[in-house]
Design a protein around this ligand. Sequence first.
Ligand SMILES: Cc1cc2nc3c(=O)[nH]c(=O)nc-3n(C[C@H](O)[C@H](O)[C@H](O)COP(=O)(O)O)c2cc1C
Length: 205
Amino acid sequence: MDLFEAVKNRRSVRNFTDQPVSEDDLNKILEAANDAPSARNKQPWRFIVIKNKQVSENIAVEINKKLDHIYEKAQQETNQNIIEKVNHYRTPFTFFKRAPITVAVIMTKYEGTGLSKLVGVDSSVYRSDLQSVSAAIQNFLLAAHALSYGSCWMTGPLIAHPEISNILNLKNDEQLVALLPLGKYALTPKKKPRKTFEQVTSYID
Ligand SMILES: Cc1cc2nc3c(=O)[nH]c(=O)nc-3n(C[C@H](O)[C@H](O)[C@H](O)COP(=O)(O)O)c2cc1C
């Protein structure tokens, strides 16, 4: 598939068929993610491929528990805005469990190791770890699309990040960045509208 076609036609997919993901395709997608650029070529990522449905379910349960807790508190405080938001986000935060596979993207946190660190520049300006991992995620999504799989970059689940980190046995210097469900899909979601590139570009001649 042509790169521009892949970029143009990729969609966030939220409904999956039961068709399994072939080991070969999964490896190609992970290899594409791993081929992303990273600051100082540190590759501050690792991927946990969750094939066990019970583990996906356990993660979804933790997210729902978190939402229940927020909902109860909002009810006590009669905060209608939060009550409506919680109800709205339940599915967008947990639909990964419908996919045959979910890949958890894990970042090894670091606060800059080059000149910026030596001279004490605020590391939050760089977030080189997160920028690098984001490039890997985009590669993953494009590779999945090129092989006719659907996926979706999901950060909603991070609402329960301590509990998910526990389930996934993450180390202290690691952070869950996103969940990426992966599977075949029956219906292609509509293209979401975009601002034009002219609207978001300015030139300094
Ligand atoms: C950082 C990030 C986090 C996202 N988190 C979620 C999420 O938790 N749940 C969800 O349904 N979609 C999530 N999305 C998908 C966006 O909603 C989607 O990319 C956007 O609406 C554009 O649609 P498209 O991907 O089909 O072009 C996320 C996307 C990004 C880049």
